[in-house]
Design a protein around this ligand. Sequence first.
Ligand code: NAD
Ligand code: UFG
Length: 340
Amino acid sequence: METVLVTGGAGYIGSHTVLDLIKKGFDVIIADDFSNSSKKVISILEKLADRKIKYYELDIRNKEGLREIFKENKIDAVINFAGYKAVGESVEKPLMYYDNNLIGMIVLLEVMEEFSVKKLVFSSSATVYGIPKAIPLVEDNDMGATNPYGRTKLMIEHILVDLAASDNSWEIIALRYFNPLGAHESGEIGEDPNGIPNNLAPYITQVAVGKLEKLSVFGDDYDTPDGTCIRDFIHINDLAAGHSASIKYLVSGKGKGFEAINLGSGKGYSVLEIVANFEKAVGKKIPYVIAGRRAGDIPVSYARIDKAKKLLNWEPTYTIEQMCANSWNWQKKNPNGYKD
Ligand code: NAD
Ligand code: UFG
């Protein structure tokens, strides 16, 4: 049984991935500093997986601490979720973002190299396409970034490409996520943003649960059928399964060098279509107002997912209805997230 070190494994995507990896027969070790997650997640994961899960409370920039993990365990591959992800905050605190995301990744790579563990899956993002010239987005499209957060993802991808070119024993997959949505069916783990959510889905569910008054729809004058932006939403369990498939690909020795792979549903839904789907899931109207455009928003973003299908033998399986229903189930059961 291969062992996967999951850094940032207590977070939204990490926690769902840990469950999926265990389901697929991998052994998992979590390293998380809980800077944007709760320790409660570990015991919930243990309950859902019906087994003990080894974890370390560690900032991955702490090289000595990371070395201890590699000394104490035989690790076959690593998934790095550890990083900050709020676009607006990255504009206000760029150094904090460059420090955590870049230094964290570099220290982790250095320690992996020291211990000859050279299979890595990295959390990248559709944000590395910058302002797209054509849709759907394909992996070999031009890259760019429009904010410090996006630049950390872009820079890390460049670092990974350089590293793989310097030493052909590295096997690296950068997964470019589109918009994750939904939660585990149990409603016991889900997305738990700090403060007022920046992202669409948690904002809507917090309106639905009565914590926020109404949604602001950022712009209805885009060149799209209903005037609102279009995004590619992917169920969190499908996204998690994409990581297990990537690990399976790497440990089977198929991976060579660096690959960037889109993980999305391949379909686009507008902001108002998402509101309508949540209204169905919740069973009541979601109050909203049309507000001005949000700076930096791209009108339309969705993925071509042929590469993931071909290389990883992976396919998204959940519908938008299931994504909204699961997302609402989590919020309804945990109006205050893990603070409940
Ligand atoms: P999250 O904040 O829920 O999870 C990140 C986890 O990493 C948290 O548990 C946090 O405590 C931990 N962490 C942060 N810095 C750390 C450090 N230095 N050392 C150890 N642990 C640290 O975020 P998420 O939504 O699960 O995202 C996971 C990754 O995927 C991030 O890198 C994010 O940038 C990327 N991503 C997310 C989205 C999205 O929409 N959620 C989209 C594209 C990419
Ligand atoms: N939106 C609203 N009102 C809100 C929040 C969002 O109308 O209160 C709209 C946005 O304008 C956008 C759409 O909903 O048109 C989606 O916005 P999100 O903030 O949920 O997601 P983004 O597509 O802007 O960005 C997300 C992550 C990024 C990541 C990107 C691509 O936040 O980190 O997906 O993966 F890079």
